[in-house]
Design a protein around this ligand. Sequence first.
Ligand SMILES: Nc1nc2c(ncn2[C@@H]2O[C@H](COP(=O)(O)OP(=O)(O)OP(=O)(O)O)[C@@H](O)[C@H]2O)c(=O)[nH]1
Ligand SMILES: [Mg+2]
Length: 469
Amino acid sequence: MIRHFKLLNKIFNPRFKRSYCFKKDEDIHVQEFINRELKLAKTGHQVLVIQPYIKWGTKKDRLTSPEMKLAESESLINTLRDWKIVDSLKIGMTSYIKHTFFGPGNIDNIALKIKQDQRISAVFISTNILKPIQHKHLENYFKVPVYDRYLIVIQIFREHAVTREAKLQVALAEVPYIWSRIRGIQENYTERLGSEAGQIALSSKMLFDDKKDLLKEYEKKLKKMITKLKSHREHLRNSRKNKNLPVIAVVGYTNTGKTSLVKALTEDLEMLPKDCLFATLDVTVHGGILPSNLKVLYIDTIGFISDIPTKLIEPFVATLEDAMFADIIIHVTDVSHPNVDVQKSHVETTLKNLNVESSLLNSIINVGNKIDLVGNYHKDENCNYISCVKGTGIQELKIKIEEEIIKATGRQILKIRVRTGQKEYEWLRLHTAIMQVETDGDYSIVKVIATKSDLDVFKHLFIYKKSGK
Ligand SMILES: Nc1nc2c(ncn2[C@@H]2O[C@H](COP(=O)(O)OP(=O)(O)OP(=O)(O)O)[C@@H](O)[C@H]2O)c(=O)[nH]1
Ligand SMILES: [Mg+2]
């Protein structure tokens, strides 16, 4: 165990980068072990993409089609650097619960395809998560690495994680998967105890116990570090609150244009939207100004995707906490996407499951993006249609955001008469959003947007004090 701790300390030493390196004589390599369990590829793969779908019955997904599911699965692979799709298949099934996942006919067909096409170096079975026993069977049949949706998303997360927090969250998201693998394989061996292979099983079992200890420590330490970062995030959140700026969280399915929208709203040229899934893994905050000079903060968030066990991506969901503490949520959809309705309801359901306050959910601003890509689209009166790339509808959206922010935060619009150029005027300029100024002799009539507490302070400083109250 002592050695485990030493190793773990090394991993968590800040000087260590993502590609942790170990002394050659270390016999247990945490990272190697994890890389192996997660089938992390050092170089890319040439992939056969298989899209299973339920043909009929209550489990059949009636909201989408196998073609649309396949298109999303292909986008996942295309997002990975150096990975290429060699071929794609859709396979209709009656259930996903067989030990071998597919029936014998389909297994033989796929195995033959792999044998005949030398280019195929891996198979992606686009199902949520394969059971360990299914995974093992399929790799035995196909003789190439097999990936499920979870494993592919983890590879993407690893490629896109930039900050220390995102990297730690990826590492934590990997742990439950490895647990399930260790447990699954252990069950397999336990079944064999008492048979001829009993002795081997027993020694292998000890190996599993080692792995379990190692993983437990690894998980504990990750959680500890993430908790620290969480309190740091809370601290940032509180300091944002103290600044009294309204906060707007931008959420949505992956690749719908969340980063592009924040960029368009803030005119922040440094933001770089990318045409790939999960380009954004870090929650970032950006300042913007609304038409009436109200300063606000926009939070860009990680995208949602369906068919991923939420439990496994909990560490990322935690980053959405910032969205939960926002004053307003903007939900971006991509109207040019054939599956826009399914994507939208997936995000809505996930937000509900995240225990986002109902008042916040009820005041969501729906935004339909990428209208430049579609001639005709079904218009919903509760949606604001825009194109981030062309700038269409952005000004109108800002007006809508301002209205909603004023409602949600109880800000007031009012006119205050102050002596021009005096302290009162300066105070309003610094602490409120000035919409308009009219002059009236030595006085200015200033139209402002202010919070109740701003107004209380103003009254205290300039009205009560003067009148001696
Ligand atoms: N044609 C068109 N493309 C757009 C528009 N808005 C965004 N895009 C493109 O869509 C792709 C995804 O945009 P992002 O802003 O990165 O999307 P995102 O929702 O932040 O994506 P993730 O962070 O990966 O979840 C990029 O290639 C953008 O240039 C738009 O209005 N029209
Ligand atoms: Mg983004």
